[in-house]
Design a protein. Structure first.
Length: 206
């Protein structure tokens, strides 16, 4: 694809690097922005600048935040003794959209996957164990996408917390299909899966 402007070409290359954006879609977006010299372009530029310079990672749960602690962890109405363990920020957003959960979160940053070179040391597992040991946590809800890698991750964490007998480890009900991802589950199904969670330790002892 040939361009009449290097600036336009750079914009297309940058936009096409985004997920699900091909060169043609990137070109349409770039042309739309190029032809808009008003408030819309300024808002987009400012939003991208803020995303780069102002966005932080919560020091407690690793969610995206504007301050050192995100608004979920700092909310006094949330149940601090209930932690929902998820893979990514997208999963937090999906669960929050159900409006069926009132605890706090811990974002692992992925799941254990030896084939992809991802081990426990690459994830936020150690900090999760520390949170459980240092706080009065009563339950961990493992809201991890049901897959072999997901189940391996849950099992690994449960073994690390065996000594914490006062902590219940539960998994979301299998309303979410095996191999599926939480972000693509509809809100009703995901909400019911959270509510109908099962005791993990009882599950593996069967």
């Amino acid at each position: 694809m040939k361009y009449s402007s290097k600036s336009l070409e750079k914009a297309v290359e940058a936009l096409s690097a985004l997920p699900s954006i091909g060169k043609k879609s990137a070109l349409r977006l770039a042309l739309h922005l190029a032809g808009n010299n008003g408030e819309k372009k300024d808002r987009i530029i400012e939003a991208m600048r803020s995303l780069k310079e102002d966005l932080k990672s919560c020091t407690v749960c690793y969610n995206y935040a504007d301050t050192d602690i995100c608004n979920i962890c700092s909310d006094p109405s949330r149940k601090k003794n209930l932690i929902c363990v998820v893979e990514t920020v997208k999963d937090v957003i999906a669960i929050e959209n159900t409006q069926q959960y009132s605890g706090i979160y811990h974002i692992l940053g992925g799941i254990i996957s030896p084939l992809e070179g991802i081990g426990p040391e690459d994830l936020n597992i150690e900090s999760l164990v520390q949170r459980v040991k240092e706080n009065e946590v009563e339950e961990l809800i493992m809201a991890i996408s049901p897959s072999i890698e997901g189940d391996t991750t849950i099992y690994y964490i449960s073994k690390l917390l065996e000594a914490q007998s006062n902590v219940k480890i539960s998994t979301i009900a299998r309303g979410v299909s095996f191999g599926g991802e939480l972000e693509y589950a509809d809100e009703l199904t995901l909400g019911r899966s959270i509510h109908s969670r099962t005791d993990y330790n009882k599950e593996i002892s069967l």
